[in-house]
Ligand binder design. Structure first.
Ligand code: HEM
Ligand SMILES: [Cu+2]
Length: 528
């Protein structure tokens, strides 16, 4: 296997490898955070060794907590969820499923991957430079992110590296999006119309269309922020700021402008993470029910509708930014409208199962788990879509619980489902089914045990991005809940070792798979 390969299968596996590394890294960061939240005063020698400034004598500072949180969120969103379902599976299987030899632009494809890898390295470098990683979260709002060192230890070089990393990621994603779009339009087999494509291809196609518009805007936002930090401009910096007792001289910019640019990308981004999974889940449910997907055309149109609506709802992240209540109502109504195509998908998945001869393989387990998480996480989305409720819940753990379920964990379940389903094609062997199901049950229980209680922490107003709950009297009552969540997180992480073992062991020792082991009808399983 050549490293700088232009072969779509190699590149697909490279993306999956990058995502696997990233998810483990991100998970370790989350465990450190969860540990700190329940033992805020415990000195840990290792922390002191790893971060002499961030944890002097082993005592974690609030700044270190925020920097770990920023890295965790950024790594998970960009390098796991944006990478594995679209660029990983998509690269490998889109050409095979539409009867093409490769992606339309193989060299561009290679460049996309290596730009993504460079972007990841740039981000990780932020951990070791002076001041450490930035503190301003995966959303990097100015003015905190726009003023440089003065706002905190990681806000100097660390924040610059963060922006550079995201800009590189945008470039890589734009190149990939062009490749996917041209491949679907130009390289479909002559006998395959758009509405003959498997829903997986629809998922990748719509995701690429969204990426093209979303990442272009994020790239622009990143460049402007970089200029504010290093070229003395003031796109996002308002006048009259006093930071650390120093009067800031710049004026005229609007921090809310950055929020508009960020969320014009940020909301579609969550669909970039989930739409490829939706396509994949449709396929898996249909294969293991022995039936066609119920309402195929409606499913494809629902993907398009979700993708399109995704661009007109960004304001629901900004209800507390002081927007006019009339705008809030517009964003709210549009947000709730996303529920319609989402419900079409959910009911059609259930109808696909109805009356089928169900085969409960490990892939099928994860697909059903995805539907469950999509419903649980979706319902709280309807709550947060109402300005009156969101103003209360904003910046509480209710939001953390909501987005982890619907975006984070649902998409991860789709990745697990895809790996179990396509492993025989990718490696000629099966992932072990028994281990796969064991991993499923432990993970399923684990994620609900971690994230359901956090909704209740949100009810009492428990703030997110907050390193030490002892600071407030009213949060003392929530500590037992957090202790339970942290233990559940350890349990969940331990369960992932089963998957890791299965994944590497099965590549060499798994049962040898026949050409079309699941009796699927899509082209990638044909003998060639
Ligand atoms: C092992 C399971 C996971 C655990 C235990 C976990 C835990 C956490 C914790 C403790 C925080 C910080 C909350 C705060 O202080 O406000 C957080 C934030 C976050 N997590 Fe996770 N997480 C997990 C998986 C994921 C996954 C799979 C994703 C993928 C989307 C993800 C995305 C995020 C994001 C975007 C943030 C917000 C960062 C920010 O506020 O800037 N997490 N997570
Ligand atoms: Cu949104």
């Amino acid at each position: 296997m050549r490293i700088f390969s232009t072969d779509h299968k190699v590149i697909g596996k490279q993306y999956i490898g990058l995502a696997l590394f990233s998810v483990l890294f991100g998970m370790v960061l989350s465990l450190i955070m969860r540990f700190h939240l329940v033992h805020p005063d415990t000195k840990v020698k290792l922390f002191g060794l790893l971060w002499p400034d961030g944890a002097p004598g082993g005592q974690m500072t609030p700044e270190l907590y925020l920097s770990l949180m920023t890295m965790h969120g950024t790594i998970m969103v960009f390098f796991v969820l944006t990478t594995a379902p679209q660029s990983g599976f998509g690269n490998y299987f889109l050409p095979l499923q539409i009867g093409a030899h490769d992606m339309a632009f193989p060299v561009l494809n290679m460049l996309s991957f290596w730009t993504t890898a460079l972007s990841l390295l740039t981000l990780l470098a932020a951990l070791i430079v002076e001041g450490g990683a930035p503190l301003s979260g995966w959303t990097a709002y100015p003015p905190l992110s726009g003023l440089g060192k003065i706002t905190g230890p990681g806000q100097g070089l660390g924040q610059d590296l963060w922006i550079l990393s995201i800009a590189l990621f945008c470039v890589a994603s734009l190149m990939a999006a062009i490749n996917f779009i041209v491949t679907v339009i130009e390289l479909r087999a002559p006998d395959m119309g758009y509405f003959d494509m498997p829903l997986t291809c629809w998922g990748w196609f719509v995701t690429a269309l969204i990426s093209l518009f979303a990442f272009a805007v994020l790239l622009a936002g990143g460049i402007l922020l970089m200029l504010d930090r290093n070229a003395g401009t003031s796109f996002f910096i308002p006048g009259g700021l006093i930071v650390n007792d120093q009067i800031q001289t710049r004026s005229g910019g609007s921090p809310v402008l950055f929020q508009h640019l960020f969320w014009f990308f940020g909301h579609p981004e969550v669909y970039i993470a989930i739409l490829p999974g939706m396509g994949l889940i449709s396929t898996i449910l249909s294969v293991f029910s022995g039936k066609k997907v119920f309402g195929y055309k409606a499913m494809a149109i629902a993907l398009l509708a979700i993708g399109g609506l995704g661009f007109v709802v960004w304001g629901h992240h900004m209800f507390i930014s002081g927007m006019s209540p009339y705008s809030s109502i517009a964003f709210s109504v549009l947000t709730l409208a996303v529920g319609v195509p989402s419900a079409v998908k959910t009911f059609n998945w259930l109808a696909t199962l109805w009356g089928g001869r169900l085969r409960f393989t490990a892939a099928m387990h994860f697909a059903l788990g995805f539907v469950s998480l999509f419903i649980t996480g979706g319902i709280t989305g309807l709550i947060l879509g109402q300005p009156g409720l969101d103003i209360y819940f904003h910046d509480t753990y209710f939001v953390v619980a909501h987005f982890h379920l619907i975006m984070g964990v649902a998409a991860i379940f789709a990745i697990f489902a895809g790996l179990h389903y396509w492993f025989p094609k990718m490696y000629g062997r099966f992932l072990h089914e028994g281990l796969g199901k064991l991993h499923f049950y432990l993970t399923f229980v684990g994620v609900y045990a971690v994230f359901v209680p956090l909704h209740f922490a949100g009810f009492v107003g428990n703030p997110r991005r907050f390193p030490d709950f002892k600071e407030y009297e009213f949060l003392k009552s929530v500590m037992p809940l957090h202790i339970g969540v942290t233990h559940a997180a350890y349990f969940l992480a331990a369960a992932q070792l089963i998957f890791l073992f299965n994944y590497f062991w099965s590549q060499r020792r798994g049962a040898v798979a026949p050409t079309n082991p699941w009796g699927a009808t899509t082209r990638e399983w044909r003998d060639d």
